[in-house]
Design a protein around this ligand. Structure first.
Ligand SMILES: Cc1cc2nc3c(=O)[nH]c(=O)nc-3n(C[C@H](O)[C@H](O)[C@H](O)COP(=O)(O)OP(=O)(O)OC[C@H]3O[C@@H](n4cnc5c(N)ncnc54)[C@H](O)[C@@H]3O)c2cc1C
Length: 374
């Protein structure tokens, strides 16, 4: 969120600085791990669809500007593997909600029953009463490359970047905002805070009451049968029950890699940026494979070739917060993107830059206001 916002502000000629406690792209926050799914019909709700569509255009523009590859449009397949109702990111019946939005927005797609899914993509062992939504316009992004390209584009346009600099405190001073690190301080007319899982500790109330950090783990399982799981497979989300964790998602093998990245989600164990356990324990991969992946996906072996830990920062309704800080005039907060933010980040950065420079954005961000939490 920070690199996108910096880039779009710099593009508009704003005198802007980006400050980060680490050196992005890094693997200590929520934007690492090689890939992120992007979808056009966003089952989390209609308010996200314009952001996803605009972001896809912006990634393509950024690719052309920087001469890099950011977005693989391999399609996305969302499956309800049995007739059981499913939930994803707080939305019940996620596959049907996605289908309805695709129809509403005229997004190209196909709806399949179980046999059609198995025929087209035999690596998925779904039941006959499964429901599949296939969207050819979806796929995946390379998050680290997206961040780097935006930082490079911002630097080239005169933005300043301060890395390894922790902002400890923000203070409104009437005309602007003061930012304090242990060593120095800055004054800015406006500040946009995109601090991911550190947001609550930096922003205080009411964010400390609204945001939870949930540790997530990523697992790269070896492909045992490459013919059954080719690299032109779609990204996928497979739900097979009604619990938040009765679901996993994954990606095709990346070029040159004989492994498929897969992850589930958990929302029960909360942590903090300090306490988060960044080590992945062998039992975690084994459990994901035996409980979920091995049962529903063929062609993969239980051997993990790589793993990583990441964090979701979630709000009570699993939606975004993009709003002004109620107690700090001049401070806008974007983040807490509840585990589904990356695909929208380019358009959010653009919308925030529009808001800062013109007072309004082309895409309506009202659905992400704090007011909904009372
Ligand atoms: C495992 C996993 C899988 C995901 N899958 C998807 C997906 O498939 N599709 C999708 O769209 N989204 C996905 N998401 C969500 C998406 O990746 C995140 O919503 C998004 O990347 C979060 O970006 P952010 O900028 O809010 O946070 P971050 O990338 O964590 O950035 C926050 C930055 O703020 C800096 N910072 C924090 N505090 C301070 C401070 N006090 N001073 C200075 N700097 C500070 C940090 O160093 C960091 O660089 C996934 C997330 C995870 C964890």
């Amino acid at each position: 969120m920070g690199s996108a916002t910096l880039y779009h502000l710099a593009k508009r000629g704003v005198k802007v600085a980006g400050i980060d406690r680490h050196s992005p792209p890094h693997d200590l926050g929520s934007s690492h791990g090689a890939t992120r799914i992007t979808r056009q019909a966003v089952g989390e709700g209609a308010a996200y669809v314009p952001l996803a569509l605009r972001s896809q255009q912006l990634w393509r523009e950024l690719e052309a500007e920087r001469g890099v590859s950011l977005f693989e449009q391999c399609g996305v397949l969302i499956m309800t593997a049995t007739a059981t109702a499913t939930s994803h990111h707080g939305r019940p019946d996620f596959t049907r909600a996605t289908l309805e939005l695709a129809r509403q927005y005229g997004i190209p797609h196909e709806a399949w029953e179980g046999a059609a899914i198995r025929q087209r993509f035999p690596q998925f062992r779904v039941a006959d009463d499964a429901l599949g939504y296939f969207e050819p316009g979806g796929g995946y992004l390379y998050p680290e490359a997206c961040i780097q390209a935006q930082l490079d584009g911002a630097l080239e346009r005169g933005a300043r970047i301060y890395t390894d600099t922790v902002i400890e405190r923000l203070e409104a001073d009437g005309q602007g905002v003061r930012l304090h690190s242990a060593q120095s301080s800055w004054r800015a007319k406006r500040v946009i805070v995109a601090a991911g899982m550190w947001s609550a500790e930096l922003l205080g109330a009411p964010f400390d009451r609204l945001l939870r950090v949930c540790r997530q783990s990523l697992h790269w399982f070896e492909v045992a049968d490459p013919a059954l799981f080719p690299s032109d497979s779609p990204s996928f989300i497979l739900a097979h029950g009604s619990g938040d964790s009765d679901l996993f998602y994954g990606f095709p093998p990346l070029p040159g890699e004989n492994a498929v990245k897969v992850a589930t989600e958990q929302y029960t164990d909360n942590t903090t940026p300090i306490d988060i356990d960044r080590n992945l324990h062998p039992g975690e991969s084994h459990q994901l494979f035996s409980d979920q992946v091995g049962r529903w996906v063929g062609a993969l072996s239980a051997r993990t070739v790589r793993s990583a830990v990441c964090a979701y920062t979630v709000t009570p309704d699993f939606g975004f917060i993009v709003d002004e800080h109620p107690a700090l005039p001049g401070v806008t907060v974007v983040s807490a993107c509840s585990g589904h933010g990356f695909k929208h980040s380019a358009a959010l950065g653009e919308a925030l830059a529009q808001r800062m420079t013109t007072g309004h954005s082309d895409i309506d961000l009202d659905s992400f206001s704090l007011a909904r939490f009372g």
